[in-house]
Design a protein around this ligand. Structure first.
Ligand SMILES: Nc1nc2c(ncn2[C@@H]2O[C@H](COP(=O)(O)OP(=O)(O)OP(=O)(O)O)[C@@H](O)[C@H]2O)c(=O)[nH]1
Ligand SMILES: [Mg+2]
Length: 201
């Protein structure tokens, strides 16, 4: 799939304020700083589309981007940012769970995992929650340019093994790097397939 146009639509503080759910939607979620906004920019070929930062906690709202005027990409606030005051962390959690459970046009949630580190309980727990909500999901192992192949592969294998303790089958998995654009074609092809399977876009 070719991304011909990618436009920012709006930032929303809750699912209630999101744009009309009238087209397929794909959301990116994961711990703060894992690379959600960077990945959206890579997929769209526009480094300035979603705001990125080396400081965690940059994205604080639900951000919709319209792709080819026919489907949405959504940049979500990160979870698990330790430096947030507790009250704010719980607001983020409500924003996130409200969005994930109420958005009817959500075709797939991409959960981003940092390939530089071994499996983290917070990611595994979050993925299990998505499973309980029965929302289609895919896993994206990010920043693969940052770690030696052997170490990264062992983190990814450990993660998949952990997931298989509770899941019957592995969800689709992707590996990405914004440095060399790894994973871009694969993710866009996956989105195209989902759109076609649902006869939309
Ligand atoms: N080397 C490398 N750096 C990356 C990659 N993806 C993201 N980064 C860097 O990681 C940092 C965080 O990226 P963001 O895209 O802002 O992360 P985020 O998940 O949107 O973070 P929050 O909005 O704070 O939740 C930035 O400094 C990016 O340049 C990657 O594939 N490779
Ligand atoms: Mg972000």
């Amino acid at each position: 799939m070719l991304v011909r146009t990618a436009e920012f639509v709006k930032s929303s503080a809750s699912f209630k304020a999101c744009p009309n759910p009238d087209r397929p939607e794909y959301a990116f979620v994961g711990r703060s700083n894992v690379g959600k906004s960077s990945l959206i920019n890579m997929l769209c070929g526009n480094k300035k589309l979603a705001k990125i930062s080396s400081t965690p906690g940059k994205t604080r709202l639900i951000n919709h981007f319209s792709i080819n005027n026919s489907w949405y990409l959504v940049d979500l606030p990160g979870y698990g940012y330790a430096k947030l005051p507790k009250s704010m962390a719980s607001t983020f959690d409500k924003t996130l769970s409200g969005y994930l459970t109420q958005r009817d046009n959500l075709f797939c949630v991409f959960v981003l995992i940092d390939s530089r580190i071994p499996p983290q309980a917070i990611d595994v727990n979050f993925i299990n929650r998505i499973g309980q909500w029965q929302i289609p999901l895919a896993l994206v192992f990010t920043k693969i340019d940052k770690t030696a192949q052997q170490q990264r592969n062992s983190h990814i294998l450990e993660f998949k093994t952990k997931i298989m303790e509770t899941w019957e089958e592995l969800p689709p998995c992707f590996c990405t790097s914004i440095i060399n654009k790894s994973g871009k074609a694969e993710i866009l092809e996956f989105v195209e397939k989902c759109n076609l399977e649902n006869n939309m876009a």
